[in-house]
Write a protein that binds this ligand. Structure first.
Ligand SMILES: Cc1cc2nc3c(=O)[nH]c(=O)nc-3n(C[C@H](O)[C@H](O)[C@H](O)COP(=O)(O)O)c2cc1C
Length: 187
């Protein structure tokens, strides 16, 4: 069965990312067409990139890189749950992406973002970055507003119609993750 990792893109104390990612996971597991697991960056405390060789070489020196590599490699696709920090994604998520290369390649990805403007700028940056590591990013995305999907910017209360947006995004991620299987088999 197709396996999708839901990556929690903030490690900040008091983060909103956790509630958002758990909401996505709870909706996703009801589908039955793929396996969905949370991937919490707090469980993979990577330092600032400390590998001597670029990830494309696949020569990892550190146990923390190997642990992250193994987890990311186990999935066929991803949902990136990302905040918007200074008009981009979080530094911790960008750093985690940079640590690896082949593990991301020929896989599908969708996005759930949040911010004052739905985190749209964070996702645009992520699309650029992930294109470089050969991730196929789907067009549907879930853009949550800190004004209307959260109370006091912190208490996650998504509008009812957001569930349909999650379904559309996951439909695309699961189908592309399956369609790209032959390419992963060659690699
Ligand atoms: C360093 C920093 C920069 C931020 N910059 C933006 C921004 O450019 N645009 C925006 O919509 N929200 C911005 N915010 C608000 C965050 O989107 C909001 O606090 C969100 O909950 C952060 O995600 P997290 O709680 O999961 O860490 C910023 C927050 C932080 C901490």
């Amino acid at each position: 069965m197709i396996r999708i990792g839901i990556i929690v893109g903030s490690t900040r104390p008091g983060r909103n990312a956790e509630a958002v990612a758990e909401w996505v996971r709870d909706l996703a597991v009801k589908r039955g067409d793929a396996e969905f697991e949370l991937v919490d960056l707090r469980d993979f405390p990577l330092p600032h990139l400390d590998e001597a060789f670029p990830a494309a070489y696949g020569q990892y020196e550190h146990p923390h890189t190997r642990a992250w590599s193994e987890r990311v490699a186990s999935f066929d696709g991803y949902v990136f749950v990302t905040p918007e920090y200074n008009s981009s994604t979080s530094g911790v998520l960008k750093n985690a992406i940079d640590f690896l290369f082949a593990e991301w390649a020929d896989k599908a990805a969708g996005f759930v973002s949040y911010g004052v403007d739905g985190g749209a700028r964070a996702v645009e940056h992520l699309r650029q970055v992930l294109g470089r590591v050969k991730v196929a990013d789907v067009s549907a995305q879930v853009a949550l507003s800190l004004h209307t999907d959260f109370e006091a910017f912190t208490d996650f209360k998504p509008a009812a119609h957001r569930e349909e947006a999650v379904t559309t995004m996951l439909d695309q991620v699961v189908s592309w993750a399956g369609a790209l299987r032959p390419l992963r088999a060659v690699a």
